[in-house]
Design a protein around this ligand. Structure first.
Ligand code: DX5
Ligand code: ZN
Length: 221
C-alpha cells in the first residue's frame, strides 16, 4: 500500500560549507528524511561524502538518515555507515553480484536495507529481494550528479514496483530519485512512489524557501 508521502532532500544540493545548519533547516521545514548521496568515483563518476560526514551530521538531526551508497565494492563500508548513524542503507543491485548477502549484512547491523535500480535495470531485478528490504529506490536519472533531467520511462518502473510491493503485503518504501521537481513529483506519486528525493527542488531559493518547496513537492502547497 502506498504510504503517506515523505520528502527526502538530497544534501548534494546543500551548501557543503554549512551542512549541519542545512540539515537542521530542512528538518525544521518539514522533511522527514535526509538523503545522503555517497559516491566513490568508480561505481559513479563523482566523489562525495564518507562516513565521517554522516557521523558529524548525526548530532544535527533526528530525522531518518537515508544513505544512498553508489559505491563498489560496497560490503567493506557498510559497517562504517551503520556506526556513523545511518537509519536506512541503500545499495545498488548493480554494485555487487552478492547483493542478498549485503542486505543481510545491513539487517544484521540493525539498520533498514534498501535496494536501488539504475535506469536500465528492470523491476524484475529485485523480485527475490522484496522479502528482505525496507525500501526500493528507482533512479530516475543516471546516478552521479544532481540537477539532471528526469527520465520519463522510469514512471512505468515505479508503477510495476508498486504492484510487486503491494503483492508482498509488506511495508516497503518506494522511493524515486533524480529530476524530481514540482512538475514530476505529482506524476511520480501518481505512479506509486511514496518517498521523493529532491536535491535541486528543495534547496533552490535558500533556507527561507525550503518550507514552501517541500510543501509543493508533497502536493500540499
Ligand atoms: C544522483 C543522486 C540524487 C541527486 C538528486 O546520483 O542520487 O540524489 O542528488 O538531485 P536532483 O534532485 O537535483 O535531481
Ligand atoms: Zn540519491
Amino acid at each position: 500500500m502506498q504510504q503517506p508521502i515523505r520528502i527526502a532532500p538530497s544534501i548534494l544540493s546543500a551548501d557543503f560549507a554549512s551542512l549541519g545548519e542545512e540539515v537542521r533547516a530542512i528538518g525544521a521545514a518539514g522533511a522527514e528524511y535526509v538523503h545522503i548521496d555517497v559516491m566513490d568515483g568508480h561505481f559513479v563518476p563523482n566523489l562525495t561524502i564518507g562516513p565521517g560526514v554522516v557521523k558529524a551530521l548525526r548530532k544535527h538531526s533526528d530525522k531518518v538518515f537515508d544513505v544512498h551508497l553508489m559505491i563498489a565494492p560496497v560490503d567493506p563500508f557498510i559497517e562504517a555507515f551503520a556506526q556513523a548513524g545511518a537509519d536506512i542503507i541503500t545499495v545498488h543491485v548493480e554494485a555487487t553480484p552478492h547483493v542478498h548477502r549485503t542486505i543481510q549484512l545491513i539487517r544484521s547491523l540493525g539498520k533498514k536495507p534498501g535496494i536501488s535500480l539504475n535506469p536500465s535495470t528492470p523491476a524484475s531485478a529485485v523480485e527475490y529481494l522484496l522479502d528482505d528490504v525496507d525500501l526500493v529506490l528507482v533512479m530516475s536519472v543516471n546516478p552521479g550528479f544532481g540537477g539532471q533531467t528526469f527520465i520519463e520511462s522510469q514512471l512505468a518502473k515505479v508503477a510495476e514496483l508498486r504492484r510487486r510491493i503491494d503483492a508482498t503485503g509488506r511495508r516497503i518504501d518506494l522511493e524515486i530519485d533524480g529530476g524530481i521537481n514540482f512538475e514530476t513529483a505529482p506524476r511520480a506519486i501518481a505512479a506509486g512512489a511514496d518517498v521523493l528525493v529532491a536535491g535541486t527542488a528543495t534547496f533552490t531559493g535558500g533556507p527561507t524557501a525550503y518550507g514552501s518547496n517541500i510543501r509543493r513537492l508533497r502536493g500540499s502547497a
